[in-house]
Design a binder for this molecule. Structure first.
Ligand SMILES: C[S@@+](CC[C@H](N)C(=O)[O-])C[C@H]1O[C@@H](n2cnc3c(N)ncnc32)[C@H](O)[C@@H]1O
Length: 269
């Protein structure tokens, strides 16, 4: 069978089918256009149809291919970690703007695949970056990413600030679980295949965000920043949490689609 014929029989939509087939063949997607009438091996046909059926039954493309591109990095992902999202790149962008030059200390809470920590380190090698997660499997994935990318980040296991020293950080960043347990989005898109512990933030969805805002001042150096990703409808509540806790310069930034997605403030005490 040729790529054209195989793609015509695919049970998934055309773009994803092309990405998947290119991945299986180890070629660029554009190769499929110029070689669309050449014969494929039975092995490749079989591999494609197996993966395409898994995709059709809800398995995320990123888990099937084993990676997701984030920032300028290709990150290994598996079913133990959240698939890094474009929105989170806005958090990285803001973090890099706030950090001064030099050996500053950055803490990424709930690091998952290591996306935020590794993106910061890749841009600013002089930073001292630590990523924490309570999931051992997630930290194993983050570790594989740092080894594959040659980026030195410290990985520590434990709940939020528990595995790190107090009052030691110039910046704390986090994309914690922030979806309410009853939210209907949990059954949509890739979410049903992702770890619940990476998605659900409690009954209201704000619980983890509130915990981090409450604890952060005990861990930030004077003038240190706390930057948090949150749901599109949580900006006002997160700003209120930050302001009531005593943070200054509290602000929210929108993502590429105009939705408020990252809020933060500076600890000036
Ligand atoms: C939304 S995911 C974010 C992953 C990654 N930072 C990213 O942006 O792609 C939230 C992460 O928080 C971790 N997590 C959940 N509860 C935690 C806790 N109590 N302490 C530390 N990490 C936690 C999950 O295991 C998951 O990796």
């Amino acid at each position: 069978m040729t790529p054209k014929e195989l793609l015509a029989r695919s049970p998934i939509e055309q773009y994803e089918a092309e990405v998947l087939l290119a991945h299986i063949l180890g070629v660029q997607r554009s190769w499929l256009l110029s070689h669309g009438d050449e014969d494929l091996s039975t092995e490749d046909e079989h591999a494609f149809m197996t993966h395409a059926r898994a995709r059709a039954s809800g398995e995320p493309l990123a888990y099937l291919m084993g990676y997701r591109d984030f920032w300028s990095l290709r990150l290994i992902v598996d079913q133990h970690v959240l698939i890094p999202r474009r929105e989170t790149e806005h958090l990285v962008e803001w973090a890099l703007e706030c950090l001064d030059a030099g050996d500053q200390k950055v803490l990424d809470l709930g690091t998952g695949s290591g996306a935020i920590a590794l993106a910061c380190k890749s841009e600013r090698p002089e930073l001292s970056v630590t990523g924490t997660d309570q999931s051992e499997e997630a930290l194993a994935c983050a570790q594989r990413n740092s080894e594959a990318l040659g980026l030195e980040v410290r990985w520590k296991r434990g709940s939020w600030f528990e595995p790190v020293d107090a009052r030691d950080w110039d910046m704390v960043v986090s994309n914690p679980p922030y979806i309410a347990a009853s939210d209907e989005h949990l059954v949509q898109g890739d979410l049903p295949a992702e770890p619940e512990s990476a998605l659900i933030g409690g009954e209201t969805g704000l619980e983890m965000l509130e915990h981090i805002v409450t604890e952060a001042p005990g861990h930030l150096r004077p003038y240190g920043w706390l930057l948090l990703e949150h749901g599109f409808d949580q900006g006002e509540e997160v700003r209120t949490l930050l302001t009531e806790r005593g943070f200054s310069n509290v602000a929210t930034r929108a993502d590429w689609s105009g939705q408020p997605r990252v809020s933060g403030g500076q600890w000036q005490n």
